[in-house]
Design a protein. Sequence first.
Length: 356
Amino acid sequence: MSSFNEVIFNHTPKKAGYAFPAEWAKHEATWLSWPHKEASWPGKIETIYEPYCQFIKIVAEGEKVRININDDETKAFAIQELEKVGADLANVEFYLNPTNDAWCRDHGPAFLLNADGTQKSVVDWGYNAWGGKYPPFDLDDVIPTKIAQHFDLPLYTPDIVMEGGSVEFNGAGTILTTTACLLNENRNPHLNKEQIENYLLQFYGAEQILWLGDGIVGDDTDGHIDDITRFVNEDTVLTVVESNPLDENYILLQENLEALKQMRLPNGKALNIVKLPMPSPVIHEDTRLPASYANFYIANAAVVVPTFRDVNDEKALKIIQDVFPDRKVVGIDSTDIIWGLGSFHCLSQQEPALIK
């Protein structure tokens, strides 16, 4: 390793006692970046605000919603849209942090907690809009540092690209990810698999990395884990499967299912695997979109699930409700939002609550 990397790895969150909590751990807030980039929803951006604000309304029932906003004019528009759906504005805060795009899961701060839950820190990973696909991304790239500075939180800045949607956590030392994304040449071509694992373990405060293969068809992120497999407790995952053998997702999701069956947690325990259906293909202008029920978001008061006006919507909601008996499960129509190639999990990033 270079002397620079030696410095990096001498001062990591893991060495300071920090770790990334599971999404179901109590939140202080959910962070969002208000959508404004018309190119992300070409010809459709005006249709996404109603379901987007419904999402905020549900989340704000149990925690603060903190929204990165570009300017006062956009803030006024956001308030107007939130009032239309009856969101509790007392639980919504706006921060003048201009962004290029709305995908806060990937460009937002990674909040970690120390072992006794009395201190937060922020990791600001590099961000390059999924391998440089959608420039510019300079405003998005600095969002975590701006937030850490505003709240006077310890800040870590590893020198590699990492997106929040590419990693999934059980809150007990295990990270689940995909080779299709993290080993893609357009992210960190100077690093091999072992080196990337070392960054993940040190900067997320984890003990092991479990690797799946490909993501679903239509996912422009090169295979984010949050469209295929999600932890719902320390040893249980929900994973999407395709029932139609002729569908182009069928084989790759079967391969991921078989890989999950072989995985073991640090204590030697196998994963409990709960299968989640896929919706029928969602096509817009001859483009298959990455529609998946796995892109749900676990908030304090609810689990918000994207739905697609599909026969499998109710089945998926019931399966997710069964694994979250202590939270209400709410489906919100994501048919227009998914035209942006992501849904509620991609749009949000949780901030854990301190343990008083």
